[in-house]
Every structure is written in structure tokens, then in C-alpha cells.
Design a protein. Structure first.
Length: 288
């Protein structure tokens, strides 16, 4: 039994940090590298961008679980997570955070000097955004901004420069992530108010949060369309933007101020499809 313990711990850890949620940000990093290169960016860039994403996201989620472990234990929705249940120990998650942080910095170093120079600033957001919900209801947009670093980083990994498409992609991810994080936070309104968590839904109500999420996702589609101003993309990209718009409309049709029962479908399934579609449409758009 002891022989399988490390594998069991690894399985617990991957489940705890929801490694499958990497599908949200990783495709945008790839979109940025492909668009910056005007095609295939080369294996070296792809490998190190992938490792940087794995390191950065693992650092962020490890810190999230550590920072929130006490409040997770008090929330019925999250009390079953691995740290509150004792399946993982705080020192184990902290060790993983340090190791993934090192991987993030090594990957940035291997990409180019500008990536390495900006890596500490990115790390501040990756580690610090978890604390923002304790003092500001803008935390949803700060989370989106933090995830958007992946898109900007993918562009810089290829071009070693900030160009307009990098900012457009960054903004796209910011409002897209903020929008579905607003939806996700609606299920914790009562708990957040009791614990003085400064989420937007807790401050302004579920109906207002759904409206803010819709506004964010309108901006997402507009930002995707604005990328055509900065880059000459073909019809395949337009097809992808139209598909994303349709999926976002469907996502918002699944939830209402009085019915959040299908929130998990709206949160994970639909947004996972959106991330993949954006990547495929960006690739298709290069063939004009």
C-alpha cells in the first residue's frame, strides 16, 4: 500500500488544483504564439510556453488552495476539498507551489530576456490575486487580468515585444474569464455575505452579476472581432468568432437569477469549448 501512496497524493493534488481547468488559458497562450509567428512557432517555443503555463497555473492554484483552506472548510460547497479533508497537507501544497514557481521562472528564462524580466510581475499576480476577494468586488476582473497574462506571454515568447494584438488578446481573456467567474460566484452569495467575501454578486446581487457577466461576454466577442483590425485573418477566424458568440448566448441561457442549477455546465463545458474553438479559428484564420 505504501508503494502507491505517492501516486495517490499526486492524484489528489491534480484534482485539488483542478488541472483540467488549464484548458481555459492554455489555448490562448497557443493562439498568441501562432499569431505572433504567423504560423507554427517551433517546438522550442511551444514546449517552454507549455511548461511556463503549467508552472504558472500550478503555482496560482496551489496558492489559492493554501490561502483559502480555512474558509473552504467553512463553506459547504468546498468543505470536501482535499486540504480541508486532510487528504493533502499544507506543506505538501506549499512545496508544489515553490516547485511550480521555479518551473515558471526557468521556462521564462529559456524563452527570452523580456519574458524573464516580466516573470516576477506575473508571479505577483499569480500569487496575489487570491487575496483580492477579501477587500474588493473587482476580484473577478483581477482574476481575468491574471489569466490574460498567458496570452500576452505567448506573444512575447515569440516576438519579444508588446504589440497591439498582445493587448487585444489580453483584454479578451480578461473580460471572458471575469464573465464566467461572475457566474460561478453567484452560487456562493449567502456564504460570501456571511464571511464578508467581497464578490460582485455578494455586493450587488445575483441579477446584477448576471448582467455584468453578459456585458463582459459582449466585450469578449467585440475584442475577438477587434483582432481583425490588428491582424489579417481569414474567414475561418470569423466562423470561430460567430461560434463563440453562439456559445456565450447559450451559456447565459442556462442560468438565471432564480435558477443556477445548470451552472456547472455553463462554467466548465461551454467555456472549455470556447477556448478550443478560439485556438482552432485563429489557426484557420491564418490561411486566407
Amino acid at each position: 500500500m505504501e508503494g502507491i501512496r505517492p501516486l495517490k497524493k499526486l492524484r489528489y493534488f491534480l484534482a485539488a488544483i483542478k488541472f483540467e481547468h488549464t484548458v481555459f488559458a492554455l489555448p490562448f497562450a497557443y493562439v498568441a504564439t501562432v499569431l505572433a509567428a504567423g504560423g507554427w512557432p517551433g517546438w522550442r517555443v511551444v514546449i517552454w510556453v507549455t511548461l511556463a503555463m503549467v508552472g504558472g497555473r500550478t503555482l496560482a492554484m496551489s496558492m489559492n488552495r493554501l490561502v483559502d483552506r480555512a474558509i473552504d472548510a467553512r463553506n459547504p460547497r468546498t468543505a470536501g476539498r482535499h486540504l480541508p479533508r486532510g487528504l493533502l497537507k499544507p506543506w505538501e501544497v506549499a512545496t508544489a507551489a515553490v516547485a511550480s514557481g521555479l518551473l515558471f521562472f526557468v521556462s521564462a528564462w529559456q524563452l527570452n530576456p523580456l519574458c524573464l524580466t516580466l516573470a516576477p510581475l506575473a508571479a505577483i499576480f499569480l500569487v496575489g490575486y487570491h487575496y483580492t476577494k477579501y477587500f474588493t468586488w473587482t476580484s473577478h476582473w483581477i482574476l481575468g487580468f491574471t489569466d490574460g497574462i498567458a496570452a500576452a506571454g505567448g506573444w512575447i515568447a515569440v516576438r519579444e515585444a508588446f504589440d497591439p494584438p498582445a493587448f487585444i488578446l489580453w483584454f479578451t481573456v480578461t473580460v471572458w474569464i471575469a464573465g464566467f467567474d461572475l457566474l460561478y460566484a453567484c452560487q456562493d452569495v449567502k456564504f460570501d455575505r456571511a464571511e464578508r467575501i467581497h464578490s460582485f454578486p455578494a455586493r450587488f446581487g445575483v441579477a446584477a452579476a448576471l448582467g455584468a457577466a453578459r456585458a463582459c461576454h459582449v466585450l469578449t466577442v467585440l475584442a475577438l472581432a477587434a483582432l481583425l483590425w490588428a491582424l489579417p485573418l481569414g474567414w475561418g477566424y470569423w466562423v470561430g468568432v460567430a461560434a463563440v458568440a453562439g456559445l456565450l448566448i447559450y451559456e447565459h441561457s442556462l442560468v438565471s437569477a432564480t435558477d443556477l442549477s445548470r451552472l456547472d455546465v455553463a462554467f466548465f463545458n461551454v467555456n472549455g469549448y470556447i477556448a478550443v474553438i478560439i485556438f482552432l479559428s485563429a489557426v484557420a484564420g491564418l490561411w486566407r
